[in-house]
Design a binder for this molecule. Structure first.
Ligand SMILES: Cc1cc2nc3c(=O)[nH]c(=O)nc-3n(C[C@H](O)[C@H](O)[C@H](O)COP(=O)(O)OP(=O)(O)OC[C@H]3O[C@@H](n4cnc5c(N)ncnc54)[C@H](O)[C@@H]3O)c2cc1C
Ligand code: FES
Length: 502
């Protein structure tokens, strides 16, 4: 179907064409913008999300905010501010005037500057971990007007990176390396954030409020945020040399696989969960033959059930991936990979995606309460006042499931970093967002809201094979989680419904 031309706002836009709660994408002087209406108020803001350019007109307006259809970022219609990750940058906004029965868009308004300095603030903030949560926290501290010293200490050699991309477009060769840093170098300089890379914190003394690096250097802190993330589970495989086994967590990991992929013909991927599947899709995009070996009955079955598993398997098979399910690797001898069932595969190298373990050793050593994650309260504060934790390591009281949960989701890590930053500044904001994650395989995005470890019913609306479906996971009649395929608005609506239930 030919696309409907976007309205040009040059001559104004008829008020009666925009219902209360409505949004319309249009243009003015070559700039894309979104016109939104809330009661008798009208807003004009940038039409595309500042994360990955999602079309906001296809999103959901909630009060005076708009949520992005792709990965659920949330923006203020009033100020353009990115209120919730994964978007971090504000949207442009324009002056709007109603004259007669038309709305007219005027000049571009300035970006709102940082807020005034908070009345109570720690003398300094040290963030241990330069990933999703750490970067988002440092960004929010400055947005909230914090003027004290901020130090991010990261074991990674690279500045905070767009980790989800490392198994997707970047690995597939369809995104260049300049997409990967979450922020350009000037960001740290302009905001006076001291980014200490390639440095591992060896110990944490919560009495003296001090962290010590492996190289002996120490940092004192007023408040501390622990965001050490997770490390891939390493699987010992008989006969395999270290250089044959690859994991994907850092930019360096992804780069190494890419360098080998240039001349590789066949790769064995071990594990059929998100990382394994995304790596398989990316290597297929590069034309490499891929075999997936996994003890599971269906890919993703444990997280999303057999129906979604079957769909995902079919999707990969239609792209030429060969599955060896119900099998593990027995040994590797040179290029020959022997499976538990006895069959042999030829492989240039193996990529292992067999889960991650939260990096808890610092928290344990410092005596924080740890129970399969760093235990935090609803304000993301650990058992030691002034020490906060967020992201993959944090186990928090989730008001939606009524349980303490720990997840490994990008958006959750960033949002927790943002909320922890506000609480470091004494704002006492609860972390109560509904968990969300997405995965991308070829051209199919799988969006997941909620949290369902166990369910008793799976309801499917639509058709997975036709790539138009909502899958609802229920327990005792209550919706715990919703997966959508090409139903982004439904995903946002499910998120909103779960928010109002908590
Ligand atoms: C390849 C890949 C693809 C992914 N795709 C998706 C996706 O599509 N959707 C989704 O929702 N999630 C995805 N995830 C998960 C998501 O990236 C994580 O949930 C998120 O990065 C967690 O953020 P974090 O800040 O807790 O930890 P991380 O981003 O892992 O950051 C942890 C940081 O801590 C540092 N660190 C650890 N120990 C120390 C120490 N002792 N001293 C100093 N620094 C230390 C590390 O070097 C790192 O900089 C993906 C993950 C990977 C690896
Ligand atoms: S494109 Fe909008 S949240 Fe990702």
């Amino acid at each position: 179907m030919p696309e409907t031309p976007k309205p040009d706002f040059k001559n104004g836009f008829l008020v009666n064409k925009l219902a209360d709660g409505g949004m319309v994408a249009g243009q003015l002087s070559g700039e894309d913008m979104l016109l939104a209406r809330r009661g008798d108020e009208f807003f004009a803001i940038g039409a595309f999300c500042t994360h990955y350019h999602g079309p906001l007109a296809d999103g959901l307006m909630v009060g005076d905010t708009v949520r992005c259809p792709w990965h659920h970022a949330c923006f203020s219609l009033r100020t353009g501010e990115a209120l919730r990750a994964p978007a971090l940058d504000p949207l442009a906004r324009w002056k709007v005037e109603k004259v007669g029965n038309k709305i007219f868009v005027g000049e571009k308004l300035d970006e709102p500057g940082p807020k005034p300095a908070p009345s109570s603030a720690p003398s300094s903030v040290v963030i241990v971990g330069g990933g999703a949560a750490g970067l988002a926290a440092s960004d929010m501290l400055r947005r909230e007007g914090y003027q004290g010293p901020i130090t991010i200490i990261s074991a990674d050699e690279a500045p905070p990176a767009d980790r989800p991309n490392l198994s997707k477009d970047y690995l597939a060769g369809t995104a260049s390396e300049d997409w990967i840093p979450l922020r350009p170098p000037d960001f740290y300089k302009d905001r006076k954030i001291d980014l200490v890379l390639g440095s591992r914190v060896a110990s944490l003394n919560v009495k003296q409020k001090q962290v010590k690096l492996e190289n002996g250097k120490t940092y004192n802190y007023g408040a501390l945020l622990l965001v050490t993330g997770a490390d891939p589970v390493k699987l010992p495989i008989e006969g395999a040399t270290e250089s044959q086994l690859h994991y994907v967590r850092t930019l360096a990991d992804s780069k190494l696989i890419i360098s080998k992929a240039v001349s590789a013909k066949r790769v064995v991927v071990v594990g059929s969960s998100f990382i394994g599947l995304e790596v398989a899709a990316s290597l297929r995009t590069r034309g490499i033959e891929v075999h997936i070996v996994s003890p599971d009955k269906q890919p993703l079955e444990r997280v999303m059930g057999p129906e979604v598993g079957k769909f995902v398997r079919g999707l990969h098979e239609s792209h030429g991936v060969v599955f060896h399910l119900g099998e593990t690797i027995s040994r590797v001898q040179g290029r020959v990979v022997t499976l538990s069932g006895g069959s042999k595969l030829d492989a240039d190298f193996l990529v292992l995606g067999v889960g991650v373990r939260p990096a808890l050793s610092l928290a344990e050593q410092a005596g924080l309460t740890v129970d399969r994650g760093v235990i935090v309260n609803e304000y993301l504060e650990t058992s030691v006042p002034g020490v906060f934790a967020a992201g993959d390591i944090a186990r928090w009281p989730d008001p939606h499931s009524g349980e303490r949960i720990r997840v490994e989701h990008w958006v959750v890590a960033e949002r927790q970093g943002q909320v922890a930053a506000k609480n470091i500044l004494g704002q006492r904001e609860r972390y109560d967002a509904v968990p969300f994650f997405w995965s991308q395989n070829y051209d199919v995005a799988i969006n997941y809201v909620g949290h369902a470890k166990k369910w008793d019913t799976i309801e499917i609306d639509g058709n997975l094979e036709s790539r138009d479906a909502t899958v609802t996971y229920k327990k005792d009649g209550r919706t715990l989680a919703v997966v959508t395929i090409f139903r982004d608005l439904q995903s946002l609506q499910s998120e909103l419904a779960m928010e109002s239930e908590a």
